[in-house]
Ligand binder design. Structure first.
Ligand code: IPT
Length: 982
């Protein structure tokens, strides 16, 4: 066959690079107006076809019989409503790279919605049908007449429909294709989720309303005055009653105002009165500049304590309701987050309104990513080909026009991970021309030719330091620009580690203006069998597993320990011990405000028990200032030799829009009296009970056959292994080094040298073998010498466990001597043991209440904590090492009748679970974790740090568990129900 009949045909609309036909020019979004609107959300008739051309447009006829069709909820994604399935990839496209063509197999959802036009719908004026977001391409008919089609999934599109509306019943038909030319521009790291996922509504546009308006509200920090000018395509009046402003549109007015900032998001209620419409505005006065190499708002350097936010809900995907948006922002504000990058597309427009109201700096990012072209050396990358430029400009315009009136939006971002190309430059020029008031961001071009800031993702600390010092050898333009990390701290699973060290760099180097943790939320779908599902759980052949579960909050928005750590790391008030005894140093780390809105209180604790508390007068302090304050004289403890701590807290004095009074903003803790040295332990003699002897050699013991008794402990006389403590059976006490690798231990296959867990496994650390060389019974001790080592290597750890007793207490002093040339750090190092399952209640004095690891420990404080073994687990979507509590002086596990108490010297990492490490390691989903009838306890002298190597730098040297000679000890005893020891 030589003829190729299709070749000459134009491509179908969904494969054309042109962004739309039939749409109105983009304009701003606003919520409050006296013009009427009709929401078209709700149940729509729906049918799915496997291919784009499976059926003609007959369904769009107003009298089409859709009786056999199913119903889906709009806004929504059909793949989450029983039709097809979601699919997750990070960078790979799910279609062949053959732009702008797409495969025949192209899931296509026909949507039908019949609605009643309200009887009082105004006859005069125009009406527009507005789509806030459809993925990825839609063709639209109203009452049988085609309106046009569009691409650009997370961008709004409008059609003028006045002439087509009928009184009474109207029928809207929308055909949505999962794949289109637009798909090539939307390769963000997220689930592929087709559908009409944001609202559809009919907006009345009265005669005498404008096509659009643009609010310009700047602030001059030198004069304290704001200038307001509202551009409008039709003249009208601008009124700000609170300021006594009543001016014509386009007429500037300058007057004293309070500025808007993320810290104090001062908004003025205003009104744009046009001949045909009154639009409520909320005006925030602020000026953003790049000056002296710094990004400034209202004349001051700002520091981003930011997160990357994808739109995600564990049941509805990117169809996120208003309550969820608000919940996200409240959680952020309460965790000291002050900035959001809308990775990697403009969010729902209502989200920005909430950012205006609650106070967040926003980098608004365009719906653009072509990352998957990386796989072919960027060949065919749309941003390099002129034919795509109109589509790119269309995307830039739809973002800027929609969002330009939000004070929270302070930076425009061209998109994410597109490499470089003239298309990006064209977007940048257009945006600069249209809105010179906001700087530009794009990370993908190291030359920074089109941007106003130097942005990197996942740069290691050392590189940030170098940039801070101005020692990076970039192009001259770049050296003049402020620096941000648009992504850092990859919060996948347990982690991210190393945030505190980044923060120190941001605080040290002016030019380093903070960053945005990757990312806010785990994209895990609620799933019957798996608990939460990730890539591959829907039968996808191409997928990226749990790389989508990399948020600071779990899919159900439960804060993970990473968020608690981040809150502490970025806290706007630093509270430390002062230079003099009984003093504290308080530093204001806000960008704008003083500390007068905070109440400071102190407490003083001995061995974690609070002895006294009070409030502290702290001067208001300007940003950057600090003061050393005298604390009250240390209250006298009950007993000499206890360790004591001061804890200082800064809480809100009044309710705010995002938290109630009393909400803790910052805290600090420091030592009063250091931990006393360990008590000497000695005295009791080991007692042997040998079957051959026929009776115990010590008084009061019966025949116990092959056992050794020392204080409360009974050992197997031959192996030296611990059998019981008092009446409590104990199993498997031995040296342990393995932890179920975290995502950050696993590292990233594409980053050389990050795959630590792979090397751990190759070395065999997950299957250590143990040997007992001797059990020596001396006068006062049972000494067990042995060796633990992985197979097939001569590396090993020689161990000595030296048991001594003192009354009802037994102490094991552990000595670990490495043998051979260890090149890898250990996952952890300590003892493991198992208790009967009833010992499920936990108390401890140490770090808490939550989990911590060496480089994620900001959020925990020293204290006495009560919990349960079940509650001590962090349910990371993919199970992995979790739940350790640091610096534990003592821990108790109780079954209600008896309490096993463990004291550590030095303090230890305490972990307790209902499954062992091997089971945790093998689990792929939370539902794979089945509780056993044991409580497995890890008492670790050391834990390797967490780092951020699942997509970025690994553990810093200071947090690495390097193998070396080590000594540590634990003391065990069994007490009554209430535990405790005098
Ligand atoms: C970076 C992406 O920008 C982001 O979308 C996300 O995929 C993140 O990684 C990892 O979760 S790109 C990365 C290859 C540096």
């Amino acid at each position: 066959m030589s003829s190729s009949p299709q070749a000459a045909d134009p491509l179908p609309y969904y494969e054309q690079v042109r962004p739309e036909t039939g749409c109105l020019p983009p304009r701003s979004w606003y919520a409050r107006t006296d013009a009427v609107r009709l929401a078209l959300s709700g149940g729509w008739r729906f049918r799915l076809a496997a291919c784009a051309d499976a059926h003609d447009a007959a369904f769009a006829a107003p009298d089409y019989d859709s009786d056999g069709w199913d119903t889906v909820t709009v806004p929504g994604h059909w793949v989450l409503q029983g039709h097809g399935a979601p699919a997750y990839t990070n960078t790979p496209y799910l279609i062949p790279l053959d732009p702008p063509r797409v495969p025949d197999e192209n899931p296509t959802g026909d949507h039908l919605h019949a609605f009643e036009l309200p009887a009082d719908w105004p006859a005069q004026g125009e009406s527009v049908l507005r789509f806030e977001g459809v993925e990825s391409c839609a063709r639209v008919w109203l009452n049988g007449t085609e309106l046009g089609e569009f691409k650009g999934s997370r961008l709004p599109h409008e059609f003028a429909v006045g002439a087509l509306l009928r009184p009474g019943r109207n029928v809207l038909a929308v055909r949505v294709h999962q794949w289109s030319a637009g798909t090539y521009l939307e390769d963000q790291d997220q689930w592929w989720l087709p559908g009409i996922f944001r609202e559809v509504a009919l907006w009345h546009r009265p005669d005498g309303t404008g096509a659009d308006h643009f609010v310009h509200a700047s602030y001059d920090h030198l004069t304290g005055e704001g200038t307001l000018r509202v551009e409008s395509t039709v003249p009208g009046r601008v009124r700000v009653p609170e300021l006594g402003v009543d001016v014509a549109t386009d007429e500037p007015v300058t007057l004293p105002v309070a500025p808007w900032s993320a810290e104090s998001p001062r908004l003025y209620e205003a009104e744009l009165a046009l001949p045909g419409e009154r639009i409520a505005l909320r005006v925030g006065f602020r000026t953003v500049t790049v000056q002296d190499g710094l990004l400034k708002a209202n004349g001051r350097r700002i520091l981003f304590r930011g997160v990357n936010r994808h739109e995600f809900h564990p049941r509805t995907g990117r169809a996120v309701d208003a309550e969820t948006m608000r919940a996200d922002l409240l959680l952020m504000k309460r965790h000291n987050v002050n900035a959001v990058r809308t990775s990697h597309y403009p969010p729902h427009p209502a989200f920005l309104e909430l950012c205006d109201e609650l106070g967040l700096w926003v980098i608004d990012e365009c719906d653009l990513e072509t990352h998957g072209f990386h796989a072919v050396g960027w060949r065919g990358n749309p941003v390099t080909e002129e034919r795509w430029t109109p589509a790119l400009l269309d995307r830039a315009a739809r973002m800027v026009e929609r969002d330009k009136n939000h004070p929270s939006v302070i930076v425009w971002s061209l998109g994410n991970e597109c490499g470089t190309g003239a298309g990006l430059t064209a977007m940048a020029s257009w945006i600069r021309e249209r809105d010179p008031s906001r700087p530009l961001h794009y990370e993908g071009d190291p030359s920074c030719a089109d941007t106003d800031m130097y942005s990197r993702m996942y740069a290691p600390h050392a590189e940030v330091e170098q940039i801070g010092r101005g020692e990076d050898d970039g192009p001259p333009r770049r050296a003049q620009l402020p620096f941000i990390l648009c992504e850092y701290g990859h919060a996948m699973g347990n982690g991210p580690g190393g945030l505190a060290e980044y923060q120190r760099l941001f605080e040290k180097y002016e030019r380093c203006q903070g960053g945005f943790v990757w990312e806010w939320i785990d994209h895990g779908f609620a799933h019957e069998r798996h608990g939460f599902a990730y890539g591959g759980d829907f039968g996808e052949t191409v997928h990226d597993g749990n790389f989508c579960c990399d948020g600071l909050v779990l899919p159900d928005r439960t804060p993970s320990p990473g968020l608690t750590d981040f809150k502490k790391v970025v806290e706007p008030v630093r509270i430390e011990g002062g230079d003099a005894a009984n003093s504290a140093r308080i530093t204001n780390r806000y960008d704008f405000g003083d500390l007068s809105h905070l109440t400071f209180s102190w407490s003083y604790a001995a061995d974690g028990e609070v002895l006294a508390e009070g409030t502290l007068d702290v001067p208001p302090l300007e940003p950057g200032e600090s003061a050393e304050l005298k604390l009250p004289p240390a209250p006298v403890g009950r007993e000499v030799g206890e360790e004591t701590h001061w804890t200082l807290r800064a809480t809100l004095t009044e309710d705010t829009s995002w938290a109630r009074r009393g909400h803790e903003v910052a805290w600090g803790q420091f030592t009063g009296t250091a931990r006393p040295a360990a008590r000497p332990v000695s005295g009791a003699r080991p007692r042997r009970s040998d079957p051959a002897e026929g009776h115990d050699s010590n008084e009061g013991q019966g025949r116990q056959g092959g056992q050794l008794t020392l204080g409360p402990a009974v050992f197997d006389a031959r192996t030296g292994s611990l059998r019981s403590l008092g009446a409590v059976p104990v199993e498997g006490l031995q040296l342990a080094v393995w932890r179920a690798p975290t995502d950050n231990d696993n590292g990233a296959p594409w980053l050389p040298d990050t795959e630590l867990a792979k090397r751990w496994r190759a070395l065999g650390l997950h299957r250590m073998q143990h040997r007992v060389d001797s059990v020596t019974v001396s006068d006062h001790a049972v000494i067990v010498d042995g060796r633990s080592a992985p197979a097939a290597t001569d590396l090993g750890l020689a161990t000595q466990l030296r048991w001594t007793a003192d009354g009802d207490w037994i102490t094991v002093a552990v000595t670990v001597t490495p043998q051979g040339d260890w090149k890898l750090p250990l996952p952890r190092l300590g003892l493991s043991l198992a208790l009967p399952g009833g010992f499920g209640a936990a108390r401890w004095f140490g770090g808490g209440p939550g989990e911590a690891y060496p480089d994620t420990r900001g959020g925990v404080r020293l204290g006495r904590w009560d919990s349960t073994v079940d509650a001590m687990q962090t349910p990371y979507v993919r199970p992995q090492e979790n739940g350790a509590r640091p610096d534990v002086r003592w821990a108790e596990l109780s079954n209600g009748t008896r309490t096993v108490r463990i004291e550590g010297e030095p303090g230890f990492w305490f972990t307790a679970r209902r499954w062992d490490t091997a089971h945790l390691d093998a689990a792929r989903h939370l539902t794979d974790l089945t509780p056993s009838d044991r409580v497995y306890v890890n008492l670790d002298h050391g834990q390797h740090g967490i780092g951020s190597a699942s997509c970025g730098p690994g553990v810093l040297p200071e947090h690495s568990l390097v193998v070396g000679p080590t000594e540590f000890s634990f003391t065990f005893g069994v007490l009554g129900a209430r535990g405790g020891r005098g």
